[in-house]
Write a protein that binds this ligand. Structure first.
Ligand SMILES: [Zn+2]
Ligand SMILES: [Zn+2]
Length: 379
């Protein structure tokens, strides 16, 4: 069976890589996935997803979900592979084409043994991971209804194709966006005493923010606060009235997230106040951190070893991943498989090592099959 599936999945991978689509615009990708599922007689659930597909194999309880993300990035591909993106400015630079075809391959293998499955495997081909809206959309339309546990996989370019990595507890970061407005009083540049200079206040705020990671939280708690935009002023001889800043805060736990938010607000407002200005912090919650359940990490590691993977301890990363939303509703785990790319995720030359595809397909299928048994035993 594996031999028959390999060329089909390879073809799907090349097709997806050549024809990437941005978040929430995965219309052609969705059509292709539906046709692959229909060809194999895999049941599609019509839940009204705008893009993306939800399907099922097997029947009855328990239900285990497997999730793959399907969207690409606004990046101009610069790799010289033969199957380079045909769309200028759009590229599968995060390997979601790989995740998609690995899940499809696993679906084909599972379909072939459908009558032996001890429950139902739900397949989530999720859109719009890169802008963090897809998981929320899927949850809203009921993709998790009846599901008992969920597993997800992302490729990791730093690992070899024979390596699997995961960890219990925090795996990715809380990814929050901030905006700060400082309102002072404009003045002639030669007479600063007549105004309140928001540029000087802004720079003091930026310096003080650096103390959050060094003085407010323990050295063992990961915190990053980055100001990535600082806008103020129009010319050389006028002190402006306002400064606008933007940036991001990355943390690993809900407790530290809240603590950093409070401290940041206090620094911004009080420094501005002490210098006679007003400042406002606006905080936009992004996806929370993935908190993996130890039991499911152990399970994924055990199956990985059986499948011949070397199991690696994973250091939590401060990147975001919207799979975290699923784990707020369900037990489960998120894992990495090595894709051995010389370039990082989101790099214009990022390219997965395709030799990882079929081992990953077999592994994912085994996770689903054994995961159902695991769930059935603990009901
Ligand atoms: Zn990405
Ligand atoms: Zn990704």
């Amino acid at each position: 069976m594996t031999n028959a599936v390999a060329p089909l999945i390879e073809q799907l991978f090349l097709d997806l890589h050549r024809n990437p689509e941005l978040s929430n615009q995965e219309f052609e990708t969705t059509k292709k996935l539906r046709s692959y599922l229909e060809k194999a007689n895999i049941r599609i659930l019509e839940l009204g997803a705008k893009t993306g597909v939800i399907a099922e194999i097997g029947s009855g309880k328990p239900v285990l979900a497997l999730r793959a993300d399907i969207d690409a990035l606004p990046i101009d591909e610069q790799s010289d592979c033969q199957y380079r993106s045909t769309k200028q400015g759009v590229m599968h630079a995060c390997g979601h084409d790989l995740h998609t075809c690995v899940l499809m391959g696993a679906a084909y293998l599972l379909k072939a043994k459908e009558s032996h499955l001890k429950g139902t495997v739900r397949l989530l081909f999720q859109p719009a991971e890169e802008n963090f809206s897809g998981a929320l959309h899927f949850i809203e339309i009921g993709a998790l209804n009846g599901v008992d546990a969920i597993l997800g996989m992302h490729n990791n370019p730093n690992l070899s194709i024979t390596q699997m990595a995961s960890r219990a507890g925090p795996f990715s970061a809380n990814v929050d966006r901030i905006e700060i407005t400082i309102k002072g009083v404009g003045a002639h540049a030669a007479r600063p005493e007549a105004g309140i200079d928001p540029i000087v206040i802004g720079s003091q705020i930026i310096s003080a923010i650096q103390t959050i990671s060094s003085r407010t939280v323990s050295g063992l708690d990961a915190v990053v606060v980055s100001i990535t935009k600082f806008l103020g002023g129009n010319t050389w001889n006028v002190i402006p009235e306002t400064v606008e800043m933007e940036g991001t805060v990355r943390t690993l736990t809900p407790e530290i997230r809240l603590k950093v938010k409070q401290q940041l607000k206090s620094i911004v407002e009080n420094i501005a106040l002490s210098m006679g200005a007003n400042a406002e912090l606006r905080w936009f919650d992004g996806p929370p951190s993935i908190i993996n359940m130890a039991k499911w990490v152990d399970f994924c590691q055990k199956i990985a070893e059986q499948e011949g993977y070397e199991v690696i301890d994973f250091q939590p990363q401060l990147g975001g991943e919207d799979f975290a939303h699923y784990l707020h509703h369900l037990p489960g785990a998120f894992i990495n498989l090595g894709s051995q790319s010389p370039y990082a995720l989101h790099h214009p030359k990022f390219l997965v090592n395709r030799d990882m595809i079929m081992p990953a397909v077999n592994y994912l299928a085994k996770l689903a099959e054994q995961g159902l048994i695991e769930l059935a035993q603990h009901r």
